[in-house]
Design a protein. Sequence first.
Length: 275
Amino acid sequence: MSDRGPIPVVVNGAAGKMGLEVIKAVANAPDLVLLGAIDRNPKLLGEDIGEIAGCGALEIPVMNDLQAILAMASQEKEPAVMVDFTHPDSIYENVRSAIAYGVRPVVGTTGLSTNQIQELAEFADKASTGCLIIPNFSIGVILMQQAAIQAAKFFEHVEIIELHHNQKADAPSGTAIQTAQLLGELGKTFNPPSVNESEKIAGARGCIADENIRIHSIRLPGYIAHQEIIFGAPGEIYLLRHDTTNRSCYMPGVLLAIRKILGLKSLVYGLEKIL
């Protein structure tokens, strides 16, 4: 048996919808210990994050100084992990700071560019520090993507629709982009033209991702996170759809990532890489 102590975890974006779910999941995991809770909401500073999350007092106050918490985490006996569910505008610097302190980032925030991910991968390599960037922590989404890869071998036409709540800042979603990338890696170009298309209003046909795959983004209150992958052929439609009804569905993937990252020395993109 291992004599390793509990894994110290810092949650950045702790008072957000996903952050609160992470707080509850970490608090209930016997092999993890909550070390810090970071959030930019000034009304919550100093409040016990456990009380805010509804899981009882944890004696961890909400703070807004990420650097101070990372510095404290770097002094822990056990390697620490930062789980980040913040905003696309801050995620790049958050991850760089965590790696610089030797704290391993598990990133659920989407919106990083390809160049930013490459730069972070190089930084993680130099620091020999694990970093996980996960567009979607749902096991169901991974299964949907794997089914799409199999279907794409037989269909020439495919489009993606992703539907999220209207507080999501980036579009398309990281999951939709990753799905298009996975299909694009098959080495074929999709959706050969049958007519000379023209858009009467720019953007009517969505954006074009890898290998001519179109992605359509919907933002409305009432949704959480949903995706459809639609394959078409003469006489048939093959539809793959994943619906999120509660954010708790992401927590098994988050906990898996926290535990797996300790064995990594570089950046890994996608939950399927560590399953």
